[in-house]
Design a protein around this ligand. Sequence first.
Ligand code: ATP
Length: 216
Amino acid sequence: MQTSKQSMIGILGGTFDPIHIGHLRAAIELSEQLPLSEIRFMPCKQPVLKKTLVANAAHRINMLHLALAGYKKLIIDERELQRDTPSYTINSLQAIHDEMPDRIIALILGSDAFRDFDQWHRWQEILNLGHLIIIPRPHYDLPTTGPLAALLHAHQVQDFNVLTHERNGKIWISATPLLTISAREIRKHIAAHLDVRYLVPDEVLKYIVANGLYLS
Ligand code: ATP
C-alpha cells in the first residue's frame, strides 16, 4: 500500500552476547543516513535457530544499557526477554505493529542472518508487516539462488526513499561496509585471555570483567 511519507523505526534483533562496536557502528551509521526516528535493539531470549547463549538475559540487557546510554535514537526493546516462548521475530513485529500502527517498521539484518531467513518461523509473512534493511557482512554473500534470491529479486529496491512511502514489502541493501567483528570472536578472545579493548565499549568491557563473563 502506498502512503504519504511516514515515520519509520528500525528493529535490530539479536543475541547481543555481548553487544559490540560492530552492532553500534552499524546502528549509528544507519540512523545518520536514513530517516529512522529510532533503532530498537531487541535482544532475544531463546534464539530459535542459532547457537547456545553464553551470558544470561540479565547480563545481556545490562550490557545493552551500558552501551546505549546517551544515544537518544538507539533504544532497547525487551519484549522478547519477557516471553517464555521462543523468540519468533514475526510475533514481535506483529506486537510492535499493533502498538504503533502509524509507524513503518524496518527489520535490520546482517547478511549472515539473512542467509537463514527462509528458516524463520512464518518468514514469508514478515514482509507483510514491514520492510527489510540488509547490511552486508564480510564473508556472508547474499544468496544468488533459491527462495531468498527470489525474494530479493521480487522485493529489492535501490532507493531507500521507496521504503518511506510504502508501508511494507520492500528490501533495501545498505552500501555501508560492516566492521568484521563478531560476538563469537570476542567470546573466544576473552576465554583465551586476549585483549578485547576497542571491540566492545569500555563500560561493557568493565562489566564483562567485573562479572567474569565468557571466561570458559
Ligand atoms: P555471534 O558471533 O555470537 O553469532 P553476532 O556478532 O553475529 O553474534 P548477533 O547478536 O547475533 O551478533 O547479531 C545481531 C544482529 O546484528 C544480526 O542481524 C547480525 O547480522 C548483526 N551484526 C552482527 N555483527 C555485526 C557487525 N559487525 N556489524 C553489523 N551488524 C552486525
